[in-house]
Design a protein around this ligand. Structure first.
Ligand code: SF4
Length: 341
C-alpha cells in the first residue's frame, strides 16, 4: 500500500508508441485511466488489463501494468480465469461494441451474470474501426456504413440494457472527453465488489465522426445529457429549458419545469442506485435521443456475493471435509478403461 501511494500517472504510461488515429476518443480514455490508477491504492504489479481485438483492445500495450491482448471477444473469459485464481489482483477488461457485444456477446453475458469482481470498460463508437468502418451491434437503425450502404436494418443492442439483462450489479455510462465524470465513474467501479460494467461513449473521428457530439460538446450537453446523481431528482436543461423525468408504471415521460420549481412537486423521479429490481434502471436505459436526454452516471449499484468469493468458500470447505485432493489419484479412480491398439 505504501508503494501504491507514491505512484504517479507517469508510472502507468508504457514506453509504447500510441497508435490510434489522431483525434480518437481512446486517447482521452487512456489518459484518464492512467490518471486514476495511482489514486486507487493498489500496487502497480497488482493491476492487470485484458483486451480482445479492435482499436480499444490496444489498451494493454499502453498501460505500464500486467496485461494481455487476447482473442476476439474472449477478454472476459481470460479475465475471469485470472480473477478466479488470483482474487487479490485488480483486473480490468477493455473491449469495444463489436468485440464485446457481437463476437464476445456470449462471454460478456456469462461473466456479468457470475458477478466476478472485474471492471469492464466497453468503448462504444457504434462502428467497427479496426476493420475500417463496418456497422456494429450498436449502430443506429438506418446508419450508413461500408457494410450497410443502404442503411442498417438491424435493431441495435443497448449496452446498458444488455448488462442489466445479464443481472449486472454495477452499471454506468460515461463519456470519453468528460474527464471529471470519467474519473468519478472509474473510481466508483473500482470500489464496487462484483462486475462493474461501464459503457464509455467514444468518438471515432475516422469512421463515425461526431456520433456523440451532443453529449461531448460543452455547449450542447446541458440540454442533451441527464447526469445521474444518487438521491437527486432526474433533472437537466439550461436556464429556461429545465426538464425532469417522471416514471409511471415503468414508462418515463418528460415534464417541463420552471427554473425555480421544485421537481418533486411535479412528480419528477429521484435517482436511486440501489433498487434490488432492475426495472427502474431499465427505464433509464430506455431514454434515447432525440426524444430524451442521454443519462450518464451510475444506473445501478447493488450488493451480491462475488463469484470468486463463493468459489474460494467451496474449495476451502471441500478441503476441510475431505483433505487436499490428489489429481492423479482422481483421474485414475472410478470408471476407467484401457483402449487396446
Ligand atoms: Fe479510433 Fe476510429 Fe481510428 Fe479506431 S479507427 S483508432 S476507433 S479513430
Amino acid at each position: 500500500m505504501a508503494e501504491a501511494l507514491k505512484l504517479t500517472t507517469r508510472d502507468f504510461q508504457s514506453d509504447q508508441d500510441v497508435r490510434w488515429c489522431p483525434g480518437c476518443g481512446d486517447y482521452s480514455i487512456l489518459a484518464n485511466v492512467q490518471r486514476v490508477m495511482p489514486e486507487l491504492g493498489v500496487p502497480r504489479e497488482n493491476f492487470v488489463f485484458i483486451s480482445g481485438i479492435g482499436c480499444s483492445s490496444r489498451f494493454p500495450y499502453y498501460m505500464n501494468t500486467y496485461g494481455m491482448h487476447t482473442i476476439h471477444g474472449r477478454a472476459p473469459a481470460f479475465a475471469s480465469g485470472i480473477k478466479a485464481s488470483r482474487p487479490d489482483l485488480s483486473v480490468w477488461v477493455v473491449t469495444g461494441d463489436g468485440d464485446g457485444l457481437s463476437i464476445g456477446g456470449n462471454h460478456l453475458l456469462h461473466t456479468i451474470r457470475r458477478n466476478i469482481d472485474l471492471q469492464i470498460l466497453l468503448f462504444n463508437n457504434r462502428v467497427y474501426g479496426l476493420t475500417k468502418g463496418q456497422y456494429s451491434p450498436t449502430s443506429r437503425l438506418g446508419m450508413k456504413t461500408k457494410s450497410t450502404p443502404e442503411g442498417a436494418i438491424d435493431h441495435p443492442v443497448d449496452p446498458i440494457a444488455f448488462a442489466l439483462g445479464a443481472s449486472a450489479t454495477f452499471v454506468a455510462r460515461t463519456v470519453d472527453v468528460h474527464a471529471s465524470h470519467l474519473k468519478y465513474v472509474l473510481e466508483r467501479a473500482h470500489a464496487h465488489k462484483g462486475t462493474a460494467f461501464i459503457e464509455i461513449l467514444q468518438n471515432c473521428p475516422v469512421f463515425n465522426d461526431d456520433e456523440w457530439l451532443e453529449v461531448e460538446d460543452r455547449k450542447q450537453r446541458a440540454d442533451t445529457t441527464l447526469v445521474l446523481e444518487d438521491g437527486k431528482p432526474l433533472v437537466w436543461g439550461s436556464e429556461g429549458q429545465r426538464r425532469g423525468i417522471r416514471i409511471e408504471n415503468g414508462i418515463p415521460s418528460i415534464v417541463k419545469l420552471a427554473d425555480d420549481q421544485d421537481p418533486a412537486a411535479r412528480g419528477v423521479a429521484i435517482h436511486y442506485e440501489r433498487h434490488e429490481s432492475p426495472a427502474y434502471a431499465f427505464a433509464l436505459a430506455s431514454l434515447q435521443r432525440p426524444e430524451f436526454p442521454v443519462p450518464i452516471g451510475v444506473f445501478r449499484a447493488v450488493k451480491r456475493p462475488t463469484y470468486e468469493t463463493m468459489l474460494e468458500d467451496q474449495v476451502t470447505s471441500a478441503i476441510e471435509q475431505r483433505g487436499r485432493g490428489d489429481l492423479r489419484a482422481l483421474l485414475h479412480s472410478g470408471d476407467t478403461w484401457t483402449v487396446e491398439a
